[in-house]
Design a protein around this ligand. Structure first.
Ligand code: AMP
Length: 197
């Protein structure tokens, strides 16, 4: 397998959610990474959208790096089919390694683990701990309520519009992925073959 052209960190649910569009979006993201000659960096589980995006990446010829804390190896069903599977000691170690190994970050629909992870790299970005692009894929309006609340925070002057601007928001997976990867200064080798959402 050729050296990956970029590494993209995907945060998403350890469940699949109710709407089939969530699974389709995870498939589209994995497919795009694989078709573009990229590498997925993710939490290393087989469950939910996490497993879906990993399966789709490898099915499209991409490389998958999974990073999972030892304590979650059973409950999150560590995915031993990853090209690299790192079993680490702590959640902090997992998140730091995921961040270090990635050129950009994207969150898909998910639960509190997903929220926490994208918010963490967002806060790190605003503080200047890294300068990597980050984005939110708003599938089927899943994040509408959160985005409205974030604007409430801006309106109340607890955050600035410039901070909102650090998080790229999109509804079209290939368009958002391309923007994030190109923003990281890494060329997209191959055009996406399909748009699912
Ligand atoms: P969820 O979105 O809640 O389904 O969780 C998605 C992923 O986030 C899972 O791999 C969780 O292990 C991970 N996760 C859950 N809580 C945290 C946390 N506090 N910090 C980092 N990752 C978490």
């Amino acid at each position: 397998m050729a050296e990956p052209t970029f590494s993209l960190c995907v945060y998403c649910g350890s469940r699949s959610g109710e709407n089939p569009l969530f699974v389709q979006a995870a498939q589209a993201v994995g497919h795009w990474i694989g078709q573009s000659g990229g590498q997925l960096v993710y939490g290393g589980g087989r469950n939910g959208l996490m497993g879906t995006v990993a399966d789709a990446t490898q099915a499209a010829g991409g490389r998958v790096v999974g990073i999972i804390p030892q304590a979650l190896e059973d409950t999150e069903h560590a995915r031993h089919a990853c090209d690299e599977l790192h079993i680490v000691q702590t959640m902090h170690e997992r998140k730091a390694m995921m961040a270090e190994r990635s050129d950009a970050f994207i969150a898909l629909p998910g639960g509190i683990g997903t929220f926490e992870e994208i918010f963490e790299v967002w806060t790190w970005r605003q503080l200047g701990y890294h300068d990597k692009p980050l984005g939110l894929l708003n599938v089927a309006g899943y994040y509408d309520g959160l985005l409205a609340f974030l604007q409430t925070s801006v309106a109340n002057d607890f955050m600035g519009q410039w901070q909102m601007g650090l998080l790229e928001i999109g509804t079209d997976a290939p368009a958002l992925l391309r923007a994030l990867v190109q923003g990281a200064g890494t060329p997209v080798v191959q055009a996406p073959l399909r748009t699912v959402i």
